[in-house]
Design a protein around this ligand. Structure first.
Ligand code: ADP
Length: 439
């Protein structure tokens, strides 16, 4: 038993002893019991009053009730728990101040919104990029301060995270990227970054590539022309003839690269909306493409297996779609054996997208290369690729075309067995010539 409880029991024992003694000496037993009980209750009431006053003042250490027994033990417990609460509060305040300082120092504007899009917190950068005052605008609705249709769409999106690009409401020269994420109990986090510089560098890079490709094309055509003339010269020694043939092949390759780079820079410039394009009859286009390939790639003798849903049409720009099919089909021929089968399938997927799948039974691609295939100039086997004519830009062009139309490219491949490249287009671009199939 601890000391506090021992003191309490000694106190009660002494009171009982004193009650018995007074009762026995005076003969007034009832008086003795009432007197001692009164004393005990009175003392406890006094302790309770002092204790309550101390708690009311916030339980300060310097005015803790001077008491003994269980009361002293209780005072000690309260004091200790009060102290540990204060320590924890101090620690939390320190963490919160530290966190606040970090958030304020972030190079991006950070804003926290409540369920009703009211501003709960924002940092200094939000003032610079969006004109939101981190003090005065607390509690204001974000969409009342910044009125932007696109931004409203960003808020109404059901996705947990979404990103949008917009012009700064306070500076028309500044382009912003807005990242939105829902978290916790209906809270929204907005992170806004200034991307003007990045966009300017990107624009400069694109313009440089387009200009350089354009400027190089003319002299290269002249060189190719001269090489072609020299190639037909019969009096040249065989060794020189070989060199000229090789130079001519390299010039042709350079021309292809420049052409592809120009196609890419045009695709990067394009701004396609959901409604852009014309309705094309894909079945007809694929039949024409295969017929052309049978003539132009006569030497490879491939067998083309065409499965098309002839009711399935697409709203796209025909030239771009044709270039996409051409790239995928020529790859299937290039990277598979002569006379092998190539399957072309145009169909509707289960989720309503229109997909073009081109399957070959060629060399296939190792898994580690799959994610990099659409990078510019990425070729799987550099040494072997130099023998197979190509620019390393074909799949980059395919990806750009699909991005522009809101589609995507899926690649399934197994080394030594073959590959399937599937280009899918969104439902919004799908149309049916047979009305009964409308979704
Ligand atoms: P390239 O002009 O070299 O064909 P692409 O961008 O079209 O450039 O393709 C990039 C690389 O992807 C190719 O170099 C090749 O290694 C690989 N590749 C593309 N299509 C196929 C295919 N059907 N089978 C195997 N490898 C392929």
């Amino acid at each position: 038993m601890n000391t506090a409880w021992s003191i309490e029991f000694i106190r009660i024992f002494s009171l009982i002893l004193s009650t018995l003694l007074l009762g026995a000496v005076s003969g007034y037993w009832l008086f003795s019991v009432v007197l001692h009980s009164g004393l005990y209750i009175g003392w406890n009431l006094y302790q309770l009053k002092t204790f309550e006053r101390w708690i009311r003042k916030g339980a300060p250490k310097n005015s803790a009730p001077d008491t003994t027994g269980v009361w002293q033990l209780t005072v000690q417990h309260i004091y200790r728990s009060q102290k540990s609460n204060k320590d924890r509060k101090k620690q939390l305040t320190k963490v919160a101040t530290h966190y606040h300082a970090i958030m304020s120092a972030l190079p991006d504007a950070t804003i926290i919104l409540s369920k009703n899009r009211e501003i709960e917190w924002s940092n200094k950068r939000a003032e610079k990029l969006l004109g939101i005052d981190s003090q005065k605008d607390i509690g204001q609705r974000f969409d009342n301060i910044i009125r932007d249709v696109e931004l409203n769409k960003l808020f109404s999106s059901d996705e947990e995270e979404s990103v949008l690009e917009m012009t700064s409401p306070i500076d028309s020269q500044t382009r912003l990227s807005v990242f939105r994420k829902h978290y916790g109990d209906d809270k929204t986090l907005l992170v806004v970054s200034d991307i003007s510089q990045r966009l300017a560098v990107q624009k400069l890079r694109k313009a440089f590539i387009a200009n350089a490709s354009h400027e190089l094309r003319t002299p290269l055509t002249v060189i190719s022309g001269y090489l072609e003339i020299l190639e037909t010269e019969e009096e040249l020694p065989p060794a020189i003839g070989k060199v000229i043939k090789s130079a001519s092949q390299q010039a042709l390759r350079m021309e292809q690269i420049l052409n592809d780079l120009l196609v890419l820079s045009k695709l990067e410039e394009s701004r396609y909306s959901v409604s852009s394009g014309e309705v094309i009859n894909v079945a007809m286009l694929l039949n024409r493409l295969v017929a052309d390939f049978k003539v132009t790639h006569n030497a490879t003798g491939n067998d083309f297996e065409l499965t098309v849903d002839s009711t399935l049409n697409l709203k796209v720009i025909e030239r771009d779609f044709y270039s996409l099919c051409q790239n995928l089909l020529s790859n299937a021929i290039k990277y598979s054996k002569e006379k092998s089968t190539i399957k072309i399938c145009w169909s509707l997927s289960d989720d309503g997208q229109a997909c073009l799948a081109i399957t070959d039974f060629g060399e296939g691609i190792a898994r580690e290369h799959l994610s990099r295939l659409t990078e510019r100039f990425y070729r799987v086997h550099i040494e072997r690729s130099q023998k197979v004519v190509g620019t390393g830009l074909g799949l980059s062009i395919v990806k750009h075309i699909l991005d522009n139309f809101g589609g995507y490219l899926d690649v399934q491949s197994e080394q030594g067995k073959g590959s399937t490249f599937t280009a899918c287009f969104p439902r919004s671009r799908v149309l049916f010539s047979d009305a009964s199939k409308k979704h």
